[in-house]
Design a protein around this ligand. Structure first.
Ligand code: ZN
Length: 455
């Protein structure tokens, strides 16, 4: 049993002061009370927030962050970025993947994320042959999570085609590919790695409507009971046009007409939706998995956040390509996208409500739902995943309640994150992950190896 005492804490029903929290040996909160004085042996904390889920990650892409910011000969787009990404991932070994995933998880923890959804599609060896352990790469991501302590929802990706109409996969995609039978073997093997890891869950991830047919998606859905199901959708205008040409419907409309999309589902990006799709997705109970920094970096477009939230839609956030990993900045950019296009302020909060609190709580609930990780925030019986902000930091000076959260999200970044606990266990202290030095050294060595070989 460990006793914590927070100066101030965001609980499911709002802010409270003098919060004592007892965490049992399983990492669950066994007692919680507000208005208390700290017990002599309590761990003293500043401002405490429930831990947030980062619902969308391709961790290997962190290794190429910053390497695709030089303009090419013609117009650069998502598709030219993807060509570079494919060239880069040709060279990745299981050791590289583990080293890069661990750094990504460290950076997530240090910015206030306590769980991560790894949408994992680099499965096979360089020539496309499966490893002896079909889930070798997935196992390396689990190993990284074992070292860093982040709560992992592993989402092994089903990838078969290169485009609508079951177009044959390209050479650059050979490390990703499965049919429903081989994917079942992958899931079985991945289950062994996930089962050995505390706080881990297994989900299913048909890559996109480009890469998986509705028939195949239906075939793989029963492989994991009660699984979170994640899919990329409508990230690009070209994808919408291709879907219209192949199916006569836009992607979100097509998906919702052909499969039962409910609160097990998370639709990643869903950037380009018309009004009917926006309303239908909001009604479905599924989560829209938004990745504002990646969507900005890739020039994807803006998610219709205002209409979707007004319709009661659920959202969560992810750092996707990891061009930067920063919880505060993801939520800030989501709001700023709306401000810049609508020329209004506080566009996503209801009248009289704090924008920071509105977005934080929406992403907290949606992220937990999408990853099937703890859902109710800091409450008795829930896992003790929490983030402490340093109230001595000038960014937070004199701030309390919603103003503290607004100040962090709009004026701050990971530098105000002082400590992070997952399942009651300390993973970040004084802003640094406990395993940072070791993980950063392994990452540097993996990068040196990758870039050296790339000439
Ligand atoms: Zn993605």
């Amino acid at each position: 049993m460990t006793e914590f005492h927070a100066e101030t804490c965001l609980l499911p029903d709002g802010w409270a002061s003098g919060v004592s929290m007892t965490v049992d040996a399983d990492g669950r909160i066994s007692a919680l009370a507000a208005g208390t004085s700290p017990a002599p042996d309590a761990v003293r904390l500043g401002a405490v927030l429930p831990g947030m889920a980062n619902l969308h990650s391709h961790s290997f892409q962190r290794a190429m962050a910053g390497l695709t910011e030089r303009r090419g000969g013609s117009e650069d787009s998502f598709w030219s970025w993807r060509q570079l990404m494919y060239a880069f991932n040709e060279r990745l070994t299981p050791d590289h993947v583990e080293a890069v995933a661990a750094l990504v998880q460290v950076e997530m923890l240090e910015s206030g994320f306590t769980s991560a959804g790894e949408f994992h599609y680099l499965h096979h060896g360089p020539d496309g042959t499966p490893y002896d352990d079909r889930a070798e790469m997935a196992g390396r991501i689990c190993a990284a999570a074992g070292a860093t302590g982040i709560a992992l929802t592993l989402l092994p990706v089903y990838y078969r085609y290169s485009g609508f109409g079951e177009a044959e996969a390209s050479h650059g995609q050979r490390r990703f590919l499965h049919d429903p039978d081989s994917y079942a073997s992958l899931i079985e093997a991945a289950q062994r790695h996930v089962g050995a890891l505390p706080h881990a869950r297994l989900g299913l991830a048909p890559h996109s409507l480009r890469a998986a047919s509705v028939k195949d998606i239906s075939a793989i859905l029963p492989l994991v009971e009660n699984a979170p199901v994640h899919i990329h959708i409508s990230e690009q205008v070209q994808e919408v046009e291709d879907c219209l040409a192949a199916n006569g419907q836009r992607p979100v409309a097509w998906l919702m007409d052909h499969l039962t999309v409910n609160d097990d589902w998370c639709l990643i990006h869903a950037t380009h939706m018309d009004e009917a799709e926006t309303a239908a997705l909001a009604r479905s109970g599924a989560v829209a998995g938004l990745c504002p920094l990646t969507e900005a970096n890739l020039g994807d477009g803006l998610f219709p956040a205002e209409a979707y939230l007004e319709a009661g839609g659920r959202i969560g956030i992810g750092s996707d390509s990891h061009i930067r990993i920063d919880l505060a900045e993801e939520l800030r950019l989501l709001e700023y996208g709306v401000r810049l296009t609508r020329r209004r302020r506080n566009a996503l909060a209801g009248p009289g409500q704090s924008t920071g609190r509105t977005l934080f709580e929406a992403a907290l609930a949606g992220g937990a739902q999408a990853l099937k990780q703890p859902a109710r925030g800091l409450a008795v019986g829930e896992r003790a995943d929490f983030v402490e902000l340093d109230t001595a930091d000038p960014v937070l000076a004199g701030r309390s309640g919603d103003a503290l959260l607004d100040s962090w999200l709009f004026c701050g970044d990971k530098r105000q994150v002082r400590s992070v606990h997952v399942g009651g266990r300390e993973r970040v202290r004084e802003g640094r992950a406990l395993v940072r030095d070791k993980v950063a050294a392994a990452y540097r060595s993996a990068i040196a190896d990758l870039l050296d070989g790339a000439g």
